[in-house]
Design a protein around this ligand. Structure first.
Ligand code: WT7
Length: 686
């Protein structure tokens, strides 16, 4: 029940007493004190946290050094420069040496409920050392980039930790991306080695990862870059069910399994099975001590120009930040069983499946499948099976599960749950309240965590034992984070108001550069407002000082929590020979949050056929990924433009939503097209 609290304007949800009692931070007074210290004495604050980790050498200079003001020269951020450490050592060896080797690090749960495994910290360490040896033997050295295109299987954890162990930089590409997208990312990072698997089942769908990788590497070769070696996990034959079981009530389950031979494109000089490679690898692999600012990984995120950016994170700062956010945001305790449903291919998986939990020595669930397979209560089943205490998922999943009705949730106990997290996009109050009331049975704290690939970890979030929450608000900044709201002219908005969400100074987990293009890093994030990191999101501050992130204010779409640039989709559509011009905007979608709405003008009056629309969807699936596919395709006899020829997306967004209040259209060159566009609009938004 929402209640009134003295000093706050709105009704709020108070931290559940049993959560607050055991919390690391259990009141707003305590939060304020810690927050204040993190801002006034950042070195004291973070160096105390750093003491929990292993340092081969201490920092040589200032604990934090930075420049956020482009007018004063190069933008840079450094934390603990000169210190030497290793991420893998802190995630594994440290715990094993402290006698916690037998603790379960991950319960692995496959797509099929019968496929399960458990991995202790010491088992993981053994496997990581062996695979580190394999990487060494393949010629991987400190600083080399390794492309990883793998499903949610234990080898993915082993691969990333092995890279970290030897100082190599992993570049993980989500296994839902197409061959073209994989090739772009391998080329940009100049990866010499790629790691993949034969394939994976997602529900009833087989994803042929090796085949896609072969195609991607062919594209790389055509563009002058050869990937020398590929290590392939033989995953499919070890599964309980090599063909999907028949799901009750699932219409698609009768679909026959297509023939797939992962060895069809095998290149004996290049490809090696994972199990063969590790079979004769040495048992030990020395830790490579690296500088605090040594790159740990890169991860591509959409850019508004359409070309993805390789967001680069380094070692020490990222380590301090993900460990600390994990501990406080989920109020982690040693008896917790934690489950983050994100794929490791996204930043949420990097920070809150792998590194954050492992740095804390946590026990987690790692899930290969989808929330809907074999039935729509799979999530709640898994929560009961492992007695999950802290659960972290995305609004899009919450909304989809909400649609299936309460019964599927209520038939499971969920008594173990204490904290429910949300991430990836603004969560609408209706979904928030359902999460709280139905999933959490009204007993759990809900934490809506705002952050980005670029921020490394949570930057705005409630703390479960301290913050009175408001549904739909990410509430307050995390320790060390200083948000501000600016108007279009860069003037700061004090008190209540809405503007650009920016940050005034670096926290340890912020990205350091765009791989291979520092200038792009500076222009994208620091040139708009001197002295601030610009998120690209808008936000509102209410009378109680709570922050409400309202969504992107650049040309980006957030589909099911995945950022996609409109330009990227447009450039895929325009490749079709029948397309003259196209513009893509966001339109409301009741499950995905935002849907992809495409306006398409055909060349010299070519007909707007079903077939053409199918081909356009296919184009986007091939060039980017299925998750980026158009939700709505509308024929456009012409597009609204300014006199200088710029497409007026603002107007198109209104048309997509059937909102006739177009605002100021005085700059529009020819408004005669507007009525036609309204006539042709897709009638029913999903
Ligand atoms: C963008 C970043 C953070 C990991 C997953 C996405 C949106 C993210 C929230 C939230 C409102 C959110 C923003 C942000 N976003 N979390 N709790 N409330 N918006 O990472 O792909 O880098 O996307 O996701 O628009 O800029 P990403």
């Amino acid at each position: 029940m929402a209640t009134h609290v003295e000093g706050l304007t709105d009704e709020v949800y108070l931290p559940p007493p049993h959560v607050a009692e055991e919390a690391h931070c259990s009141s707003m007074q305590q939060y304020d004190k810690l927050y204040q210290q993190s801002i006034e004495e950042p070195e004291a604050f973070w160096s105390r946290i750093a003491e929990q980790f292993y340092w081969q050498e201490q920092p040589a200079g200032p604990f934090c050094d930075f420049n956020f003001d482009a007018s004063r020269g190069r933008i840079f951020i450094e934390w603990m420069k000169g210190a030497k450490t290793n991420m893998c050592y802190n995630c594994l060896d440290r715990h094993v040496e402290n006698g916690r080797g037998d603790q379960v690090a991950f319960y692995w749960e496959g797509n099929e409920p019968a496929d399960t495994a458990r991995l202790t910290y010491s088992q993981l360490l053994t496997r990581v050392q062996r695979f580190g040896g394999v990487l060494h033997r393949l010629g991987v050295r400190s600083g080399d980039r390794v492309a990883i295109y793998m499903p949610m299987i234990p080898e993915l954890l082993v691969a990333m930790l092995a890279c970290a162990r030897i100082g190599a930089v992993h570049s993980i590409v989500f296994a839902g991306y197409s061959a073209d997208a994989l090739a772009d990312r391998i080329l940009d990072a100049r990866c010499r080695i790629a790691l993949t698997a034969d394939g994976v089942w997602r529900g009833n769908k087989l994803i042929r990862l090796k085949e896609i990788t072969d195609r991607a590497l062919e594209l790389c070769t055509e563009r002058g870059h050869r990937v020398e070696r590929v290590v392939v996990v033989r995953h499919l034959p070890r599964l309980h069910h090599q063909t999907p079981s028949t799901a009750v009530g699932d219409q698609n389950s009768a679909q026959t399994t297509p023939q797939y031979d992962p060895q069809a494109g095998w290149d004996a000089d290049r490809d090696v099975w994972w199990e063969d490679a590790v079979s004769d690898a040495p048992e030990r692999c020395d830790v490579q001590w690296v500088d605090a600012e040594h790159p740990l990984f890169m991860l591509y995120t959409s850019g508004s120009t359409g070309k993805p950016k390789g967001v680069l994170h380094t070692t020490a700062g990222y380590m301090l930040y993900v460990a600390t956010t994990f501990k406080y945001t989920f109020d982690y305790h040693p008896d917790d069983v934690y489950w983050c449903t994100a794929d490791i291919g996204w930043i949420t998986g990097h920070s809150y499946v792998t590194y954050g939990p492992m740095l804390n020595g946590a026990t987690s669930v790692m899930f290969e499948g989808t929330p809907f397979y074999p039935t729509g209560d799979r999530m709640w089943q898994i929560i009961d099976k492992y007695a999950v205490t802290k659960f972290y998922t995305a609004p899009t999943a919450i909304r989809a599960l909400m649609r299936l009705g309460d019964d599927l949730v209520l038939r499971h106990s969920r008594q173990s749950l204490k904290v429910l997290g949300s991430v990836g996009e603004p969560i609408n109050p209706e979904a928030w309240l359902w999460y709280h009331r139905v999933v959490g049975g009204g007993r759990c704290a809900v934490v809506d965590t705002f952050w980005q690939t670029e921020t490394g970890g949570h930057v705005l979030t409630p703390l479960p034992g301290a913050t009175p929450t408001k549904p739909g608000s990410a509430c307050r900044p995390f320790f060390g984070v200083q948000p501000a709201l600016l108007d279009e002219n860069g003037v700061e908005i004090a008190g209540e108001g809405e503007g650009y969400l920016v940050f005034r100074r670096p926290w340890p987990g912020i990205m350091r550069t765009v791989y291979g293009n520092h200038q792009r890093f500076e222009t994208t994030y620091f040139k708009k407002f001197n002295g601030f990191y610009c998120t690209g999101d808008g936000a509102r501050r209410d009378a109680d000082g709570y922050l409400w992130v309202t969504g992107r204010i650049d040309d980006m779409l957030n589909v099911s929590g995945h950022l996609i640039s409109t330009a990227q989709i447009e450039s895929a559509l325009i490749e079709h020979p029948a397309v003259a011009e196209t513009a893509v905007v966001a339109a409301p979608h009741s499950v995905k949050g935002e849907g992809v709405y495409c306006f398409v003008t055909t060349k010299d009056g070519r007909p707007w056929t079903e077939q053409l629309q199918k081909e356009l969807v296919l184009k986007v699936r091939e060039r980017i990924a299925p998750f980026a596919a158009p939700d709505y395709l509308q024929y456009a006899p012409g597009l609204p433009k300014t006199r200088s020829g710029k497409i007026m997306r603002r107007v198109l967004r209104k048309i997509a939503q059937n909102d006739r209040d177009l605002g100021d259209v005085s700059t529009m060159a020819d408004s005669s097209v507007i009525d036609l566009l309204f006539q042709h609009r897709c009638q029913h938004l999903k």
